[in-house]
Design a protein around this ligand. Structure first.
Ligand code: SF4
Ligand code: SF4
Length: 208
């Protein structure tokens, strides 16, 4: 079956070419109305709270190194299996020392699980959204590039980065008592458990 659409027009509309006049009127109206397009990169968008951008390893301001303690929780939780860590045990202290820390970011789904599960807030997804590369290796982050990602992010943010808080560092729906000391951060008001389905469930248990 062939369907044909033929708008109904009367003789006057045909003679006056009403559609053309309407089209020109619309063009004229838009010509003087406020543009809705953003002139990027001159006009930069505001990054929303909880934005998940480029990965970074937080640089410890005291040691100048990563805060990672090689607990392997991020490796275990990552659904994309894109985090790889190797480590050795320090002979004196017995503590784990990270040898390599790699994130194949092209495989990442930006779920934020790694930063949420990290007991020491060592790994994070920054607000940096402008990153790309010509080679695959450029989006394959190792420990050095992850630390330099943090440096770049810190420079862009400015101010005291020791007080920086990422909303994902505080797992939702968990009482403070069940969190490690580093996770007991005060999150911004906007990032409360009220209004969230999972959060409400825990709220009734009097967690906070
Ligand atoms: S954001 Fe999710 S997918 Fe990406 S590295 Fe972290 S845990 Fe893996
Ligand atoms: S969860 Fe945190 S401390 Fe543990 S291995 Fe991952 S980045 Fe390191």
């Amino acid at each position: 079956m062939q369907i044909q659409y033929k708008p109904k027009r009367n003789l006057l509309q045909t003679i006056l070419h009403v559609e053309i006049v309407q089209g020109m009127a619309l063009t004229l109206r838009k010509l003087f109305s406020k543009p809705i397009t953003r002139q990027y990169p001159q006009e930069r968008p505001d990054v929303q709270l909880g934005f998940r951008g480029q990965h970074a390893l937080v640089r410890d301001e005291e040691t100048g190194q990563s805060k990672c303690v090689a607990c392997m929780r991020c490796v275990t939780v990552c659904p994309s299996r894109c985090i790889k860590i190797t480590f050795h045990d320090d002979e004196e202290s017995g503590a784990r020392v990270v040898d390599t820390y790699d994130i194949e970011a092209l495989r990442c789904v930006y779920c934020g699980f790694c930063e949420e599960v990290c007991p020491v807030n060592a790994v994070t997804l920054t607000e940096v959204f402008e990153y790309s590369g010509f080679e695959r290796d450029e989006i394959f982050f190792n420990q050095e590039t992850l630390l330099s990602n943090w440096d770049r992010f810190a420079e862009e943010k400015g101010g005291d980065m020791s007080s920086y808080v990422n909303p994902f560092w505080r797992p939702r729906g968990m009482s403070k008592g069940n969190l490690t000391a580093a996770k007991r951060v005060n999150v911004p008001d906007e990032w409360t458990i009220e209004g969230q389905v999972v959060g409400k469930k825990f709220k009734t248990k009097g967690t906070e």
